[in-house]
Design a protein around this ligand. Structure first.
Ligand code: HEM
Length: 419
């Protein structure tokens, strides 16, 4: 039985943002409820069983027709891998897997470390920097270099502004969203130009780079991708690399809030580094939920969900589910020391098997970049932490610590202690 929640109550609860699905489920003592939004029935699900249903059977849920148009234009990348199903999805996904899960995670970490060193020299000349904004800029440079995009003739600052706007302004309706879409069209035109130049031989993209691989990739029909779709797939790797800035900002906030971790990693002790990174991805809010539609009738909690029904899997709520995590509202990296690795409990980047379903293929790269950022923040630089509000509002998405993490008097490590 899946309870029905009247819209009256829903509107009151929407102000709870990320916590909305969990609180409603907690009140009802369930992991699922239905409601009607603008005349359309939506079923919200949370928890490991829900993730198993959503991701467990290949092609059981489609993303097609599930994402609101105002978001799809910015984030889901029309014509891209996310909108594909079945054999076409598997074929395109294999390209992303090959690009993103091999030794490239190592390569991008080296590039990131170089760009971090370069950026921190600039920070050292400032009284104070906003870490999130700086991380967006430096990750844009890293993403472009990793993807094989020549920096000569490219304004990293412009590209950073465009790529980050696609994520920063995702929750906005009206003018903010239109402005982000206008920026997106500029990025697409730029990316189409790159793909075209590679295909005509005007630009030599390094062999094996994302630009080369995507430009030359052939779909199931052995045809080159339409140049617009190839451009969209290039953006589909550049934009999320820049978005790792969110998790890096949260990692910095965690180091400031729980200074014993700062001391641990500064000493070179890395035993808990991957646990720390997992806990940052579990605890802090980023992607709230993923919408999908069953391709055939499915059953959850004894109730049938019709083919085509709109279903929303709560990622944040699953990462905070009290049945899956002890004291979920506490930041405790130690919980991951003996974690089983269940693919349906820690799902900030989707659940299930990333080889066969829509789970994020960029997860290993995200984890590697975050771990390197923690090393850099604790060992390469020193800084003063000015008084600031690190609280994270849950009623907007995406969200960040209110002041986006301020660092003052940045200097190379070895000069003075962090304070
Ligand atoms: C910044 C942290 C990231 C978060 C929070 C994140 C989150 C997600 C989520 C929630 C999905 C959708 C899962 C679904 O539809 O069920 C996804 C898919 C995807 N992500 Fe990420 N992601 C991140 C980083 C990355 C990176 C670094 C890359 C590549 C460089 C990447 C590339 C992709 C691609 C290509 C897909 C589509 C996969 C498919 O439909 O099969 N993501 N990601």
């Amino acid at each position: 039985m899946i309870p029905q929640v009247p819209l009256r109550r829903l509107s009151a609860l929407l102000s709870q943002g990320y916590a909305f699905v969990s609180r409603t489920c907690d009140e009802l003592g369930t992991d699922a409820f239905r409601t009607s939004v603008a005349g359309r029935e939506v079923t919200f699900l949370r928890g490991a069983e829900a993730s198993g249903l959503f991701y467990g059977g290949q092609g059981r849920f489609t993303r097609s027709g599930a994402v609101p148009t105002f978001m799809q234009h910015l984030l889901q990348d029309e014509g891209s891998v996310q909108g594909l199903d079945g054999a076409a999805h598997q074929h395109r996904k294999a390209m992303f897997r090959a690009l993103l899960t091999s030794c490239d995670a190592g390569t991008i970490v080296d590039l990131f470390a170089e760009d971090f060193a370069r950026a921190s020299t600039y920070w050292a000349g400032q009284d104070q920097v906003v870490l999130h904004d700086q991380a967006e800029l430096l990750l844009t440079r890293t993403a472009l270099r990793w993807a094989g995009v020549p920096l000569v003739g490219t304004s990293v600052r412009h590209r950073a502004r465009e790529l980050s706007a696609m994520v920063d302004w995702i929750g906005l309706l009206g003018p903010g969203n239109w402005a982000a879409r206008a920026l997106r069209r500029r990025t697409e035109a730029w990316a189409v130009g790159l793909v075209r130049a590679v295909r005509t031989g005007e630009l030599a993209a390094p062999s094996g780079s994302a630009l080369a691989v995507i430009s030359q990739f052939r779909d199931t029909g052995a045809e080159l991708l339409d140049e617009q779709v190839a451009a969209v797939e290039l953006i589909n790797v550049l934009r999320p690399i820049v978005a790792v800035s969110y998790f890096i900002t949260f990692a910095a906030a965690a180091l400031i809030t729980y200074p014993h971790w700062q001391e641990t990693f500064a000493s070179g002790e890395e035993t808990d580094l991957s646990s720390f990174v997992h806990e940052v991805r579990r605890y802090y809010p980023f992607f709230p939920a993923v919408p999908g539609r069953p391709t055939q009738p499915v059953t959850f909690a004894g109730a049938e969900l019709n083919a085509g029904a709109l279903v929303v899997l709560d990622l944040y709520g699953t990462n905070h589910h009290p049945a899956l995590w002890q004291q979920p509202e506490q930041f405790r990296p130690e919980r991951f020391r003996d974690w089983s690795g269940d693919p349906h409990t820690l799902i900030p980047q989707g659940g299930g098997d990333r080889a066969t379903d829509h789970r994020c293929p960029g997860e290993p790269m995200t984890i590697a970049l975050m771990a390197e950022a923690v090393r850099q923040l604790t060992r390469t630089i020193r800084y003063r932490v000015p008084a600031q509000d690190l609280s994270v509002p849950l009623n907007r998405a995406p969200t960040l610590p209110r002041e986006r993490v301020l660092l003052a008097d940045v200097r190379p490590a070895g000069s003075r202690q962090n304070s």
